[in-house]
Design a protein around this ligand. Structure first.
Ligand code: F3S
Length: 425
């Protein structure tokens, strides 16, 4: 790999041991990927805090949080002092919501350890956004901006909707990027990696959040990790629809970038989206494909008595919380059911101010932050059947927790929460 003089100096220890370890890690990682150089990044989203009992024991045994950062973030057995970050860095979601330890099934000791590590991360200069949707709470990359982000639903959103450039990174590479402002220059950082490979012609309008989730799931299942180009969009989708679409495509497949002709920034036309590529294949999507996808996702649902409704995957926007609050106002969550809604901390603060939290809590629901049921593996005790308005969560939750899952609209989910019964498809 070609390194600049600045990068060589970092590797050789000019800026201290942690930066040297970070640069060494990036060079090893980049060479394994076939990257010829590093690219400068000033925008990183990753995971720095320590959240597991194992990490707590590790810190106790090895002498504190520097040991955790060295081992789990820099791949360094030698303990090095953790410096401040150089890149603007944001923290992604966690394995639990520290404000709801009982619901999440985590001990007070683990929460207390987490709080210490969150304070340490903040001192490092990491923004404690604690969400899978940093792009809705203060980290909005611009078109062409090179980033180093983890979290598949966020990666696909910023690549496709915002035109920023990132690969799906990991804990170690993002931590190294935070300290060096560098990441290997390959994949979606390069023009060639961003061109479309497969085409989809729409034979039906795709309008609701549910429609967009089903289309994303169908596309991801087909193209896997290639770059789909979709033509025939009617009404321009808003943020919740695109968030949901990308999350679905990145869970049934490994899609990290898509183009919607006439909507996303690098797809002014079908031809522009493919660039010098020829479509490997073009397929049509219509009512039959939609119905088959819905049937497939709901194959995990059998019993219609619902124990738990989870909303907020990816984390809800303020618009979605408003919608849920309006659907719930004046109603009660059924005695045999629970309703949890997940959102970023910053949006929870807004929901508190706007009175939506009060409406949701008065109805018997809860707003949580920092995590979700799939990440935390936490559902209300005794849950057997779940209702969801997220294809991504419907894809993962049955596999992770062995529960049955129904997928449908937000209104159907709120009805299920209030009646304890699934009346959707
Ligand atoms: Fe976010 Fe959890 Fe879904 S972290 S994207 S809400 S699986």
């Amino acid at each position: 790999m070609r390194l600049s003089d600045e990068e060589k100096a970092m590797r050789d220890g000019r800026d201290g041991a942690a930066v040297a370890r970070a640069m060494d890690l990036l060079v090893r990682y980049g060479e394994a990927l076939g990257a010829e150089s590093l690219v400068e990044t000033r925008n990183v989203c990753g995971t720095v805090t320590a959240t597991t009992p194992f990490m707590r024991d590790f810190a106790l045994a090895k002498g504190g949080l520097d040991a955790v950062f060295s081992e789990f973030n820099l791949d360094s057995a030698e303990v090095v002092e953790t410096p401040r970050v150089r890149a603007f860095s944001s923290h992604l979601q966690l394995g639990f919501d520290p404000h709801h330890p009982v619901e999440m099934g985590v001990s007070e000791q683990v929460v207390e350890f987490y709080r210490r590590s969150e304070a340490a991360a903040a001192r490092m200069g990491v923004q404690i956004l604690n969400t899978c949707t940093p792009y809705q709470v203060g980290n909005v990359p611009t078109r062409g901006e090179h980033c180093a982000w983890m979290e598949s639903s966020a990666v696909i959103y910023i690549n496709s909707v915002l035109g920023a450039r990132t690969n799906a990174e990991g804990r170690e590479s993002t931590s190294a990027a935070m300290l060096t402002c560098r990441i290997p220059n390959w994949g979606y950082h390069l023009d060639a990696g961003r061109r479309g490979t497969h085409g989809i012609e729409l034979d039906m309008p795709v309008e609701t959040v549910e429609d967009w989730g089903l289309l994303g799931y169908w596309i991801g299942d087909w193209v896997q990790d290639r770059v789909p180009v979709v033509r025939g969009i009617g009404a321009v989708p808003n943020l919740p629809k695109l968030k949901h679409f990308g999350a679905a495509a990145s869970s049934s497949g490994g899609v990290e970038m898509y183009h919607l002709v006439g909507v996303t920034p690098e797809a002014g036309s079908w031809e522009q989206a493919f660039g010098t590529n020829r479509p490997a294949e073009v397929r049509r999507y219509g009512a039959r494909e939609r119905a088959q996808t819905l049937e497939r996702i709901n194959a995990m649902g059998q019993d219609r008595q619902v124990d738990y409704v989870m909303l907020g995957c990816p984390h809800y926007t303020i618009e979605q919380i408003w919608e849920a609050a309006m659907l719930l106002e004046g109603r009660r969550v059924h005695a045999n059911c629970a309703l949890w809604i997940f959102t970023p901390r910053a949006i929870k603060a807004l929901a508190d101010r706007n009175g939506y939290t009060a409406i949701i809590e008065t109805a018997g629901g809860k707003i949580m932050t920092d995590s979700c049921s799939a990440m935390s593996r936490a559902v209300p005790p005794g849950t057997r059947v779940v209702a969801l308005d997220s294809v991504k969560q419907a894809h993962y939750l049955p596999a992770i927790l062995g529960v049955q899952a129904w997928f449908g609209t937000t209104a159907q989910c709120i009805d299920a929460a209030c009646t304890g019964h699934w009346s959707g498809a």
